[in-house]
Design a protein around this ligand. Structure first.
Ligand code: CA
Length: 337
C-alpha cells in the first residue's frame, strides 16, 4: 500500500498540466515536514485532541506536502499518520481530513468506487465526477482506479448502469475527447450544431448516440462555439433542449456536461449553493467539491460564487455549517478576496 501511494503521488505531479489552475490551497513557504509532524503528533496526543492545530496545519499544506508530513510523522511516531488521524478524529472532520490525505486522483477514484459498490448506485455522485472531470483527469482516474481496486473503471461503470445513461458514461470513460486546437474549424462547428439539432429538437424522439458522440469526442472550446451556433438552428438553447428531449440520469448527465463546458467553476458554485441550502444539507456533496477542487480551481469557484450569488462562499459556509467541519472547509477555501 505504501508503494502504491508512492507511485500514485508521482503520477499526480504530472496530471492536468494543460488546464489552467486556480488553487485555493498552495504550497506553504518555509515548509518543514518535521516541525509539522511534531505539531500534529502533539495535537493527536493532547487530551481530547487538539483539532484546531490539525486543521491549521493540514488545510494550509498541499497534498504533496501532506505526504511529506506523513512520512516524517511515521519516522518519529513509528505509526501511520492516516491510522492515527482516523483514531483521533470523528464524523465530518474525519471525513474531510482523510480526504485530504489522498491525491485528487485517488480521491476521485475512491469516490467513484464508493458510489457504485454495494447495492444500488449513488448516481448523483457518479454523474458529478464523470461529467465534470477533464479528459486528462479521467485518464489519470482510470489508471489509479485500476491500481487501487484491481478493476477496470469501464467494467464497473457498465455493470452498474444501463441504457443510454450507461452509453454516455462509458463514452466519457473511454476518454476520446479531442485536445483543443489552435485552429477554429467553422465548418465543423456548423455541422455539429446542425447535427445536434437534427438529432433532437427537430425530430420526434431523440437520436441519443449522435448527442453522445459529439459531446464526448469534441474539444471543450469547440463545443462552446457549437452551442452558440446551435441557437441559430434551434429555438431552445442546448440546456433547454436537453430538458425537453431526455429524462432522468441521462438528462442530469448531459446538463452537467454542458454546464461544465460553459463554465465549470460556476457549475461547482451552483452545486455548492444547492447542497448547502437544501434541506438536510448535502454534506457529502459539499465535502467532495471542496476537497477535490482545492488544488484545482476552488479559488475561481469562490469568485464565481460571489459574482453569482452576491455573497461569498465563505460566508455561506459559515451560515450553513458548524464546528470543526466549518473550520476545515473555511481553511481550504482560504480568505475572501
Ligand atoms: Ca426530439
Amino acid at each position: 500500500m505504501a508503494l502504491v501511494a508512492e507511485y500514485l503521488g508521482q503520477l499526480s505531479l504530472s496530471f492536468g498540466a494543460s488546464d489552467p489552475k486556480y488553487p485555493s490551497v498552495v504550497p506553504a513557504l518555509d515548509f518543514d515536514p518535521h516541525r509539522d509532524a511534531a505539531r500534529i503528533e502533539t495535537a493527536i496526543k493532547t487530551k481530547g485532541v487538539d483539532e484546531q492545530t490539525i486543521i491549521d496545519v493540514l488545510t494550509k499544506r498541499t497534498y504533496n506536502q501532506r505526504r511529506e508530513i506523513a512520512f516524517a510523522y511515521e519516522q518519529r511516531a513509528k505509526k501511520d499518520l492516516i491510522s492515527a488521524l482516523k483514531a483521533a478524529l470523528s464524523g465530518s472532520l474525519e471525513t474531510v481530513i482523510l480526504g485530504l490525505m489522498k491525491s485528487p486522483t485517488q480521491y476521485d477514484a475512491t469516490a467513484i468506487r464508493e458510489s457504485i459498490k454495494g447495492l444500488g448506485t449513488d448516481e448523483e455522485s457518479l454523474i458529478e465526477i464523470l461529467c465534470s472531470r477533464s479528459n486528462d483527469e479521467l485518464v489519470e482516474i482510470k489508471k489509479v482506479y485500476k491500481e487501487l481496486f484491481k478493476k477496470e473503471l469501464e467494467k464497473d461503470v457498465a455493470g452498474d448502469t444501463s441504457g443510454n445513461f450507461a452509453k454516455l458514461l462509458l463514452a466519457l470513460v473511454q476518454t476520446k475527447r479531442d485536445d483543443p486546437s489552435s485552429i477554429v474549424d467553422y465548418d465543423k462547428i456548423d455541422t455539429d450544431a446542425r447535427a445536434l439539432y437534427d438529432a433532437g429538437v427537430k425530430i420526434k424522439g431523440t437520436d441519443v448516440p449522435t448527442w453522445i458522440s459529439i459531446m464526448t469526442e469534441r474539444s471543450v472550446p469547440h463545443l462552446q462555439k457549437v452551442f452558440q451556433r446551435y441557437k441559430s438552428y434551434s429555438p431552445y438553447d442546448m440546456q433547454e433542449s436537453i430538458k425537453k428531449e431526455v429524462k432522468g440520469d441521462l438528462q442530469a448527465s448531459f446538463l452537467v456536461l454542458v454546464q461544465c463546458f460553459e463554465n465549470k467553476q460556476l457549475f461547482f458554485a451552483n452545486r455548492l449553493n444547492e447542497a448547502m441550502k437544501s434541506k438536510g444539507a448535502k454534506e457529502k456533496v459539499v465535502t467532495r467539491i471542496i476537497v477535490s477542487r482545492c488544488e484545482v480551481d476552488l479559488k475561481k469557484v469562490c469568485s464565481e460564487y460571489k459574482a453569482h450569488f452576491g455573497q461569498s462562499l465563505q460566508k455561506t459556509i459559515s451560515e450553513h455549517t458548524k464546528g470543526d467541519y466549518q473550520k476545515v472547509l473555511l481553511g481550504l477555501c482560504g480568505p475572501e478576496d
